[in-house]
Design a protein around this ligand. Structure first.
Ligand SMILES: [Zn+2]
Length: 467
């Protein structure tokens, strides 16, 4: 158990009347949730190929045993999405709980345990998907089962979507659901992955709630020159032209710009930081200090650099095929992550001006995540997420966060849903250990998983239970 003071327990009993009307035995529910979670991890749904239908079938059978109907929606029969709906009285618009059923691949030889065994050891559960994102799938499934089991009267429908294809193939998952079956998932709010809580000295000190994310808008730079013999220098060498363009693009200091989420993030972080750091967080937008602060972020904590601006990072170079041949063409990929409000075409035009070389063509990638404004941090949902977090973790600071990565929330935000990413708590040591999402030996603390279920349950009840 995390440390909770007596005073807070008292407050809890006064303010949490809604939860108290459902007497949840969390030892029992927690163990049941873990059992299902382990079963989900045991299904290898590595994407590619995905094989998410097997996960969807498992969820369907568990829900059916509870008397909950669900429906499969599949563009590709092996990659089904599942939707279940617990009906309310319709006073309020629905909440969508979303989790993705695919996982990234593994190099099993680098794992301590079989990545699809769901090994439970020393309070941890090991396996691909334990943090990304079968924890949210299992938590969502458990919460809808509990709503049904306890006969909770609801002011709104609660929709559960177990979706396929999040790891790089949204066309079979969220894009398909949005384009073809939006009526099945349409909601006012969405809760999904992307948040993270931090444990220091066995106490949860930070609760991160993802309210927005950067837009992946990569480009390929294609440099063209004159082919020739490597023994004869030329001013039209595609490799040199490309190298020069990459150097300029990576050195480019793009505009520093905050939004409601990142501004609030830095302000709240300042309140719990040492004076020097606090000063930096409060001066991110100060034009006099910005350059030095950004340099400091870049050297010490690149996340803060990245959330302050659109970032341009070279990741792939493809040039040349023989040591004595000057190739006619050379190319590189720039992984560009834009701020949510960036004007994409204007940014590409600026990039062209920075590179300033007509021999270099900028070829944008196919857009697979739509642009969307950040979700609000002053509405009923964010306030509830915050209130419940502070009740469960009285020593914590709640931080709205912007992910530098990308999730399927981009698609539902683009449809107008207010979407929030939550996640399990991890200790600082654990976060620095490499046991994280997409890493070898991905693992989650059993207690943190159960608390994720509890958090989701509390939020859903407070947002939706009648009375
Ligand atoms: Zn994920």
């Amino acid at each position: 158990m995390r440390i909770i003071s007596a005073l807070v327990l008292l407050l809890l009993s006064m303010t949490a009347a809604a939860q108290q009307s459902y007497l949840v035995d969390w030892d029992e529910i927690g163990e049941e949730a873990i059992q299902h979670f382990v079963e989900l991890i045991r299904i290898d749904s590595s994407n590619p190929p995905g094989n998410e239908t097997e996960v969807a079938e498992y969820v369907k059978s568990v829900l059916a045993a509870e008397g909950i109907e669900s429906e499969l929606y599949a563009l590709d029969p092996t990659r089904a999405n599942l939707v279940a709906r617990i009906r309310g009285n319709g006073k309020k618009r629905p909440i969508l709980i979303m989790g993705h059923t695919d996982v990234v691949g593994v190099q099993p030889e680098k794992w301590y345990a079989d990545p699809f065994s769901g090994l439970r050891e020393d309070g941890f559960i090991y396996g691909r998907g334990t943090l990304d994102d079968k924890d949210n799938v299992a938590a969502g499934m458990m919460v809808v089962m509990m709503l049904k089991r306890f006969g909770v009267e609801l002011d709104r429908d609660i929709i559960f979507l177990a979706e396929s294809g999040e790891e790089g193939t949204p066309e079979v998952g969220i894009n398909f659901m949005v384009a073809e079956h939006y009526d099945a998932i349409d909601a006012e709010y969405c809760i999904a992955e992307g948040g993270q809580n931090v444990i220091e000295d066995d106490v949860v000190t930070r609760v991160g709630i993802e309210t927005t994310e950067k837009m992946p808008r990569r480009v390929t730079l294609v440099a063209r020159g004159t082919p020739g013999h490597g023994s004869r220098p030329t001013l039209q060498n595609a490799v040199a032209i490309l190298a020069n363009a990459i150097a300029k693009a990576s050195a480019w200091q793009t505009e520093v710009r905050l939004n409601d989420t990142t501004r609030s993030y830095f302000q709240r972080l300042a309140e719990i930081s040492a004076p020097e750091d606090a000063w930096r967080y409060l001066n991110v937008e100060n034009p006099e200090e910005s350059d030095a602060i950004q340099q400091y972020f870049l050297e010490t904590f690149p996340y803060h650099y990245s959330i302050s601006r659109t970032s341009v990072v070279p990741t792939v170079i493809d040039a040349g095929f023989r040591k004595n041949v000057i190739p006619s063409e050379a190319s590189a990929i720039l992984d560009i992550r834009m701020l949510p409000d960036e004007n994409v075409e204007d940014f590409y035009a600026e990039l062209a001006a920075v590179i300033d070389d007509p021999r270099v063509e900028i070829v944008p990638e196919h857009i697979y995540r739509p642009a969307a404004p950040p979700s609000e941090i002053d509405n009923e949902m964010f306030q509830t997420l915050e209130r419940v977090a502070l009740r469960m973790y009285p020593d914590a600071t709640v931080l709205p966060t912007m992910s530098t990565g990308a999730t399927d929330m981009a698609q539902v935000r683009a449809m107008g849903m207010q979407a929030y990413g939550i996640g399990p708590a991890r200790s600082v040591a654990e976060m620095n250990s490499g046991f994280g999402a997409h890493g070898d030996n991905e693992r989650i603390e059993e207690e943190a998983f159960v608390e994720l279920v509890k958090y989701l349950w509390n939020v859903v009840i407070e947002m939706s239970a009648t009375g």
